[in-house]
Structure formats: C-alpha cells, structure tokens
Design a protein around this ligand. Structure first.
Ligand code: PMP
Length: 344
C-alpha cells in the first residue's frame, strides 16, 4: 500500500486533532531557567517533567534494533501501543478488527474498551497461519488485523513469506506482535519495515530484555504513523525513573541470558516429551512451551501444591488439555520437571 492510502485509514478526528503542546515541546534547550512548566524548582531527580519524545532512550533502542528514531514509539508496555492502534484507526461502533485465536488476550480487551467489533479466526490444531481465512473475514470496515508471531500461547512463529503476502494483499493496517521475537529462529519483520507502509511491528522490553516491571513497549512503523501515535498518546507516558533505569539496564548484554533460555527450552521440551502424562509439546520459538497433558487441571493443581505456578490454558478453544509453561532458570525448570515426572 502507498503511504497516502494508509493515512486515509486514520480516523478523521485524529487527523485533525491539535495535540496538547507541552512546555518542553515549545522550548527544547537543556540549559536555562525553567519557569515554563509550573514545576517545583528544587532538584530531587524527578522534579522536572520527562522528555515527551523520549529521544535519548529511543536513540539507544535505535542502535540495537537498527530502526530510526522517527519510526519508533515507546509506550507504557506494548499494551499501550495496542490500545493506540484502535484509537488511531478505528471509529467506535463502526469499524472492526480481525485477529487469530488462541492468541494474546489484549487485542480483544482493547477492542471492547474502544467499542470496536472484534472478529476472530480459529487456528487449526497445528496453529498454522490462516491468511486466507483472515482475509475472508475482512470487509470494508476492517481497519486492523492482528497477528502474533511467535504466537502466545502456542509458541510458534508464522512463516515470514506468508505474513508478507498477507500484508501486501490487505487494504488495512497489519499489526504484527513480536513480543517474543528475540527467542525466535526466524528474523523480525523489522528487516522489511520500509517496504510495507501498512505494517506496524510491536515489540517489548518486557521479555528478552527482562524489564517487564518498567513497562516499556515498542511500536515500529512508517514515520507518519508514528507521529500520529505521538500526538494521541498521553504527553508524558514514560516517566524519568523508567527511562533512567532502562538506559542503565540496556547497557547489559542480554545475549547470554537469551541463549541460556533457548537451550533450556530445548532441554525442557525434550524432557517433557519423555514423560508419561505428556501427550504433546508444541514447537516453540518463544520463552514458553505449550504442553498437552492427560489431565491439565489436576497437573496444574499438583504443581501449585509445590508452589510451581504455570498457566492453565485448557479452557481456551484450541488449547484444550494444555498448560503453558514459561522457561525459567535451569534449577526452576528442574523443579517443575521433577513434579511432572512423579505425577500419577
Ligand atoms: N504481546 C504479547 C504477545 C504478550 O504475550 C504480552 C505480554 N504477555 C504483551 C504483548 C504485553 O507486553 P508488555 O509488557 O510490553 O505490555
């Protein structure tokens, strides 16, 4: 799609929105006597408002993601970016969004909050990419399609060519949630971002970067879309404490942690496959495994008894009889494996 066609998908009131102009938008210098923002002048590290554009943190992220600052949005978790997709593109009570199921629950919750009709395509037993079925469910009011790759809770990635074929043929916005991409064997769609103007890629610092508590989610898209996100978001959506800690913690090298979690994923999957109560361990490109077992609820309870907490996904259509198990540290995984092995 051409950029002008993509911009036509934006709600009219958002296109014409005059955003709140912060004191820091008007004067951008770092030095001076700041009597413009009704702040308290006594320094304590947090008495000034944060940079609403988060340029310093974006600069750091830009280096390791290889994406320009203008193509980036930072939100209070990627959940904020999901909500903004609806607020920017979907007219409440009129437009709709299409997603796959089972997948991440916030796509539906954010649609419901924004009074946007939410349509779902059930994945098959192998959780394969349902491009045609999704396209068939779209109509002229479908503004957004959500894919999650690697998908939560199934753990598999969708083939890149199939996703790209979909993005080329769909006349709306495609949001690809790559929250778990750092654990995946296949490359991120960030590598092709400039070619697809209707693509929004979501990532997060909550998983591989270990910063879930700081709430820093990322969206990447064409600079025009990102500037619309910037005018719709709360002006100071990311606070100084979070940005400062992120800058420090992003200086660590997380590669060895990621490699360890990936090798643990392989080890845990192989060990689970040998166990009597395990029917199937689904292939995973993420930091968790979806496992079908003989009696999911009873095994969940047995694990809880030993203070090992996993996620029971068995009531989710398509995930009957399954538990979703996050890959922990080796000794934590061993503890979980010992309980599953001795069970029944
Ligand atoms: N996307 C997916 C697929 C997730 O599983 C999660 C969290 N579990 C999120 C997004 C939200 O991440 P964040 O912490 O950035 O809000």
């Amino acid at each position: 799609m051409e950029l002008n066609e993509v911009l036509r998908l934006v709600r009219k009131n958002i296109i014409s929105l005059a955003p709140y102009s912060t004191a820091r938008d008007e004067y951008k210098g770092a030095l001076g006597v700041f009597l413009d923002a009704n702040e308290n002048p006594f320094e304590n590290g947090y008495n000034r408002y944060p940079d609403p554009r988060q340029l310093e943190l974006k600069g750091i992220i830009s280096k390791f993601k290889g994406v320009a600052v203008e193509n980036m949005f930072i939100g209070n978790g990627s959940d904020e970016a999901i909500d903004l997709c609806y607020r920017v593109f979907c007219n409440p009570g009129k437009d709709n969004a299409v997603a796959i199921t089972p997948s991440y629950g916030m796509y539906r919750v954010a649609a419901d909050i924004n009074d946007v009709e939410f349509r779902e395509v059930q994945l098959d037993g192998e959780f394969s990419f349902p491009g045609k079925e999704v396209l068939d469910l779209c109509d002229e009011n479908t503004k957004l399609v959500f894919f999650c790759s690697p998908n939560n809770p199934s753990g598999n990635s969708f083939p890149m060519e199939q996703m790209l074929e979909f993005i080329s043929s769909f006349k709306g916005i495609v949001v690809v949630d790559e929250a778990y991409i750092d654990f995946a064997e296949q490359p991120s769609l960030l590598t092709v971002l400039p070619k697809y103007k209707n693509l929004i890629v979501l990532q997060t610092l909550s998983k591989a970067y270990g910063l879930a508590g700081l709430r820093l989610g990322l969206a990447f898209a064409d600079a025009e879309i990102m500037s619309i996100f910037a005018k719709v978001k709360y002006p100071y959506n990311i606070n100084i404490a979070g940005m400062e800690r992120a800058k420090e913690l992003l200086a660590r090298d997380v590669k060895s942690e990621i490699e360890l979690l990936k090798s643990e994923r392989k080890r845990v999957a192989a060990a689970l496959k040998e166990m009597k109560c395990v029917q199937r361990v689904f292939p995973s490109d993420a930091n968790f495994l979806l496992v079908r077992v003989d009696d999911a609820r009873a095994l969940y309870d047995a694990l809880i008894q030993e203070q090992v907490i996993v996620r029971d996904r068995s009531r989710l259509k398509g995930c009957e009889g399954t538990l979703r198990i996050t890959i922990g540290k080796p000794e934590e995984n061993d503890r979980m494996l010992a309980i599953v092995k001795d069970w029944k």
